[in-house]
Structures are given as structure tokens and as C-alpha cells.
Design a binder for this molecule. Structure first.
Ligand SMILES: Nc1ncnc2c1ncn2[C@@H]1O[C@H](COP(=O)(O)OP(=O)(O)OP(=O)(O)O)[C@@H](O)[C@H]1O
Ligand SMILES: [Mg+2]
Length: 353
């Protein structure tokens, strides 16, 4: 008996021992601590009367009273109620018979687990999972839409501008052959306007979603983007270190990588005054790592990222959000005068969303 009592006493979960008429024979310390009560207020009393009848719950009565005659046990029976000293709680009850040798006395051992916190955490996790999935669906729909607009732009406005330019050119050649004077001049003035519009349409199209991403994959897209970037910003050199294969990327991850690269490199061009960028994409162990590091002037992260900052744009925040929605982790490191590094990483194998 001492042995059994010692066990009951050391268990962290609140436990009570009831006799066959549901009077409390004893309870452990954890029970008294949890429910802020004492042996004097507890022992010898009917369980339903404890703590101002707070255990007088019809469902509990039913399961408890069926236990002895039907020789059943109670497993993970959940009750919710307000415990005066500690507030609204969800308890999980488990109960077993104990038959005492010799005397034939029947007893019930009742364990009460407070699962309020756990249930709350589960709920929070479930909600954040739901919103993560929702976000990633919204982002996917947005990418789909951008792809569609890019195609429209290419096939519609892009094509007709190109054909208008071609025609103007032909007319111009003809007029020059015919020896006209003012006609060619007038037409010539239209050409740069057309050319500008063709380039503008192309720029908008590239910002939307390049078809190379869907047609060839992320690795060719990175090489292509870096080439285009260096054409535009000829004083910035990009060194790429790619140590990973295309098959490691699912579609959400490809898009995320592309958008992060786009934003990070645009920031480098806009603010860093760097002349060298290191772009690393590799698999190390079970993680995919993506690092974009520049050797520019860096920035004061605390200032820029503070709530009242006027420099705070959408770029850094949206990179973080995209990475987190795709189950990755994200970090920015920047030191004034030392450059900036954007780091994102994902665990593989990862389940595609
Ligand atoms: N590579 C970098 N080097 C130096 N400063 C940077 C770099 N990247 C970001 N910054 C600083 O951080 C600020 C916030 O960047 P963020 O991308 O969030 O916004 P933004 O580029 O100003 O606007 P948006 O991205 O919404 O067009 C920038 O204004 C700039 O001061
Ligand atoms: Mg930006």
C-alpha cells in the first residue's frame, strides 16, 4: 500500500482514488496543487460535491457509474468547465478499477489531465496551417495571372508593335528609294517611339513571370536573369555558385526563389552601390540554401525595419513572407559598410503544397 501510494504521489498528473460509491479515498499532491484545494476539503467527500459541485457533470456521472457494474474503463474522456481558481479548462479523464486483494474492495483510480494548453496550441497550429495554405494558394493564383498577362502582352501588344515597326520600316525604305524629302523624316521620328514601346512591353513582361521559369526551370532562369541584370547594370558583377539539381525544386519553391532573387538583386541595384554579388544556391545535408550577398554599403537594419521607418518598403517583408509560406526560414544580415546578405533555406524533402 505504501508502495502504491508513493507511486500515486510522484505522478505529475492529478490523480484521485475513489471508493465504489465515488467518495474520495485519497488524492495526490498534484491534484491539490492544480485545483487549489486541500485534503480536508476533499477526502471522504463525494466526487460530485468537490469544489462547489464543479464535478457534477451528467456525462461524467454516467460514465463513472457504468464502470463498476459493466467492468469498463474510461479512456480520454474530455470535459470542459470553469475551475474557480484557475479558469476555463479542458480536462481529459482516464479511469481504471483497482481491486484490492483479500478484502475484495473495489476502487477507482481517476487521472485528470489538463489539456487546455495543448488544445489551444493545436488550434493555433491548425489555424496557422490553414492561413499558410490559403496564402500559398493566393500566391499561386497571382503567379498564374501574371503568367497569363505576360503571355497576352507578348502575343498581343508585343506582336502588333513589332509588326507596326516592321511596316514603318518598309515604308521608310520605299520613300527613301522614291527620293521623297519630308516623308522619311516624319516616319523616322515614329521609329524610336515604337522601339521604346516594344522595350517597355518586354520589361513589363519580364517583371510579370518569365516563360523560361515554367518552360525550362529555375536553374536556367537564374542564369538568364543574371545575364539580363548584368546587361542593365554593367558595373555589377554576379558570381553564381549553383550546387543543386533542377529536380530538387517543386513549383512553389521555384516561384519563391525567383521572386526572392528578383527583389534582392533589384535592391542591390537600387541601394547597395556594390560591384560584386555572390549568388549561392546549394544543397547541404537536408537543406536547400539560397544566399545573395553583396559587397555594398549595407544598411542599418534596426532603423530600416523599425515600425516608424519611412524607408520600409514591401520588398524585404514580402521576401520573408514568401519564404515562410513555402516552409522555409529567412534571414537578413546587413552591416553598414560591409554589405548585405539575404539568406533563405528550406528542408528537403519537403512536401509540395
Ligand atoms: N542590398 C541592399 N543594400 C543596401 N540597402 C538595402 C539593400 N536592400 C535593402 N536596403 C535598404 O532597405 C530598405 C528596404 O528595402 P525594401 O526592399 O523592403 O524596400 P524598397 O526597395 O525601398 O521598396 P520596394 O521593395 O517595396 O519597392 C531600402 O530602402 C534600403 O534602404
Ligand atoms: Mg525593394
Amino acid at each position: 500500500r505504501n508502495y502504491a501510494e508513493a507511486i500515486v504521489e510522484t505522478v505529475r498528473e492529478p490523480l484521485i482514488v475513489l471508493d465504489k460509491d465515488f467518495h474520495v479515498k485519497s488524492a495526490n499532491r498534484s491534484f491539490y496543487d492544480t485545483f487549489q484545494t486541500s485534503p480536508a476539503e476533499t477526502e471522504g467527500r463525494l466526487i460530485y460535491e468537490l469544489g462547489n459541485n464543479q464535478w457534477d457533470i451528467p456525462e461524467l456521472r454516467k460514465v463513472l457509474e457504468e464502470m463498476l457494474p459493466q467492468n469498463t474503463s474510461i479512456q480520454d474522456f474530455e470535459i470542459e468547465h470553469d475551475v474557480p481558481a484557475i479558469g476555463h479548462r479542458t480536462m481529459r479523464l482516464n479511469a481504471r478499477h483497482i481491486a484490492q486483494k483479500g478484502s475484495g474492495t473495489q476502487m477507482i483510480l481517476l487521472a485528470i489531465e489538463d489539456v487546455t494548453e495543448r488544445k489551444r496550441m493545436e488550434e493555433i497550429l491548425r489555424e496557422s496551417e490553414v492561413s499558410r495554405r490559403l496564402c500559398s494558394r493566393v500566391l499561386a493564383a497571382q503567379e498564374e495571372e501574371r503568367k497569363r498577362v505576360a503571355q497576352e502582352l507578348h502575343d498581343g501588344i508585343g506582336q502588333s508593335l513589332a509588326s507596326a515597326k516592321f511596316r514603318v520600316n518598309s515604308i521608310l525604305e520605299q520613300l527613301v528609294k522614291d527620293g521623297g524629302e519630308t516623308g522619311p523624316q516624319l516616319l523616322e521620328a515614329i521609329l524610336p517611339i515604337l522601339q521604346e514601346n516594344i522595350e517597355e512591353a518586354r520589361r513589363v513582361q519580364l517583371g510579370l513571370r518569365p516563360s523560361i521559369l515554367d518552360d525550362l526551370g529555375i536553374l536556367p532562369t537564374i542564369s538568364w536573369f543574371c545575364r539580363e541584370f548584368q546587361k542593365t547594370y554593367s558595373d555589377i558583377r554576379i558570381q553564381t555558385h549553383i550546387e543543386i539539381e533542377e529536380k530538387e525544386f517543386h513549383s512553389l519553391l521555384k516561384t519563391t526563389l525567383y521572386r526572392v532573387m528578383q527583389e534582392a538583386l533589384n535592391n542591390v541595384a537600387k541601394y547597395s552601390r556594390a560591384d560584386l554579388v555572390d549568388l549561392t544556391l546549394r544543397k547541404t545535408g537536408d537543406r536547400i540554401e539560397f544566399i545573395i550577398q553583396d559587397n555594398g554599403q549595407g544598411f542599418d537594419m534596426e532603423k530600416v525595419l523599425s515600425v516608424e521607418s519611412t524607408k520600409r518598403g514591401f520588398g524585404l517583408t514580402s521576401m520573408r513572407e514568401r519564404v515562410e509560406i513555402s516552409n522555409g526560414s529567412f534571414a537578413i544580415e546587413s552591416l553598414k559598410g560591409k554589405g548585405t546578405a539575404i539568406r533563405a533555406s528550406w528542408k528537403v524533402p519537403d512536401t509540395p503544397l
